[in-house]
Design a protein around this ligand. Structure first.
Ligand code: ADP
Ligand code: MG
Length: 140
């Protein structure tokens, strides 16, 4: 399997409940390495741009407001099959449909406040990593 980098975000519902360590333990226990990390307060325009792909969805405005409601952790995870492995560890978007042991099953508050973001393809991972980090900030 190929070694990949993927973008992970710990969302405001999770930073507010002090869950960053418990969430990152799941990534590290699964063999993913955190090779870049920053805690940030997103501006409205940054959140709008990051989720631009969802601009026409009914949940877009609420999603943007949620993403700026508190600090986030933007981070890059690296490892074998990192894009899909991260998605598996996260669990389904709707926590009611998420598998046992996944982050969203254990920690998500709702389909919106679902604790984590993860890139959904290698192509999007490249774009999303570049949104937050320059190449020299990725420390293998
Ligand atoms: P994922 O984060 O699993 O890739 P999507 O890309 O479809 O899911 O959606 C992006 C984010 O938008 C979700 O993580 C969640 O925070 C929010 N969201 C998705 N669907 C809904 C919905 N039906 N109602 C409210 N918020 C939603
Ligand atoms: Mg998505």
């Amino acid at each position: 399997m190929a070694v990949e980098n993927t973008l992970s975000i710990i969302k405001p519902d999770a930073t507010k409940r002090n869950l960053t360590g418990l969430i990152n333990a799941k990534f590290e226990n699964a063999g993913l390495k955190i090779i870049a990390q920053k805690r940030m307060q997103l501006s409205k325009s940054m959140a709008e741009k990051f989720y631009e792909i969802h601009k026409n969805r009914p949940f877009y405005n609420n999603l943007v407001d949620f993403m700026i409601s508190g600090p986030i952790i933007a981070q890059v995870l690296r490892g074998d099959n990192a894009v899909n492995l991260n998605r598996t560890i996260m669990g389904a978007t709707n926590p009611q449909e998420a598998e046992e042991g996944t982050i969203r099953k254990e920690f998500a508050e709702s389909i919106e406040a679902n604790s984590v973001h993860g890139s959904d393809s290698l192509e999007n991972a490249h774009v999303e990593i570049a949104f937050f980090f320059s190449d020299i900030e990725l420390i293998y």
